[in-house]
Ligand binder design. Structure first.
Ligand SMILES: [Zn+2]
Length: 298
């Protein structure tokens, strides 16, 4: 009976999914399946097929703040092999920003709103500390459909890719086809041999009191606490820049994961492929905390 109630709780949680649009089956007691990922270029398209299972240890899921178990997905993402910048940036909204080279998605925005009211316009930043969303040491947690996803730098993946060295590594692919690196970048954008540094974003906390909503001084709990200040850091409003990389020695636009907001970019420089965009009606509701309450409901 207890187990039945638990299953019911997860299903209900899924119905009010934090990140709307995932329509995968809810799996209870996910099998310990190995990570599977293939990245191939087929004609003009880079195709990323993956089961979304991480290739590194994770926190305990279900766990505190996140009641969902990790389950295999059937991802097939398609991005242009030769991406192009658009006229102006496209906000990422509630979509997957991209996918890591291990097949785990970058899904930065949590559907968590001040007073659980999406219309308030005040959205909790997943890593802002305003709500316990049960993220693990990889800044990741799990959707009701079992999709493990990153809200920040995947530390274990980066450590695996760098093999302990201080160097720039390709971490993933954005939905518009541009590569994702980080957090280390060359100090001189067009000199790959220049000393690496931790990339600094150009977002800063606003200095004036919040107008409306929760009020008070901006402290990073909400996405709306941040503003882009051109030239304040190394990166543009899409948390990217142009330069040479190990994979693109003649230069490319690339995104960078940063240790401070936005952690994962929130805007695309180019046009995102539909394979990354959520379908279905926009949902609301919490990523973790409230589902726990629902789980306990009669
Ligand atoms: Zn999340």
């Amino acid at each position: 009976m207890k187990k039945l109630l638990w299953i019911w709780g997860v299903v209900v949680g899924h119905a009010v999914s934090a990140h709307p649009g995932h329509e995968g089956l809810v799996m209870v007691g996910a099998p310990a399946v190995p990570a599977e990922v293939s990245i191939t270029v087929e004609g003009a398209v880079r195709v990323i097929r993956a089961n979304g299972i991480p290739n590194h240890p994770t926190g305990p899921f279900p766990g505190r703040g996140n009641p969902n178990a990790i389950a295999a997905q059937k991802y097939e993402f398609r991005v242009p092999a030769e991406p192009r910048a658009g006229v102006k940036p496209t906000p990422n909204g509630m979509n997957n920003f991209g996918v890591a080279v291990n097949g785990v998605v970058f899904d930065p925005a949590a559907a968590e709103w001040w007073r659980d009211d999406r219309s308030s316009g005040w959205q909790y930043e997943a890593l802002g500390g305003g709500r316990n969303l049960g993220v693990d040491g990889e800044h990741a947690h799990v959707q009701p459909n079992g999709a493990y996803h990153y809200h920040g730098i995947p530390e274990a993946l980066v450590a695996k890719l760098t093999a302990g060295q201080l160097r720039m590594v390709l971490v993933g692919w954005a939905a518009d086809g541009f590569p994702i690196y980080g957090p280390l970048i060359p100090s001189v954008p067009d000199e790959l041999g220049s000393p690496v540094k931790n990339a600094v974003s150009s977002y800063r906390l606003k200095t004036t009191e919040r107008a409306g909503g929760p009020g008070g001084k901006p402290d990073g709990k909400f996405i709306q606490d941040w503003e882009y200040v051109a030239g304040a850091g190394d990166l543009d409003e899409c948390n990217g820049r142009t330069g040479v990389t190990p994979e693109f020695p003649s230069g490319t636009y690339y995104y960078v994961l940063t240790e401070q907001y936005p952690f994962i970019p929130r805007m695309w420089r180019g046009t995102p492929d539909a394979s990354f965009l959520r379908k279905g009606p926009p949902g609301g509701g919490p990523d973790g905390g409230k589902k726990k309450k629902q789980k306990q409901a009669p």
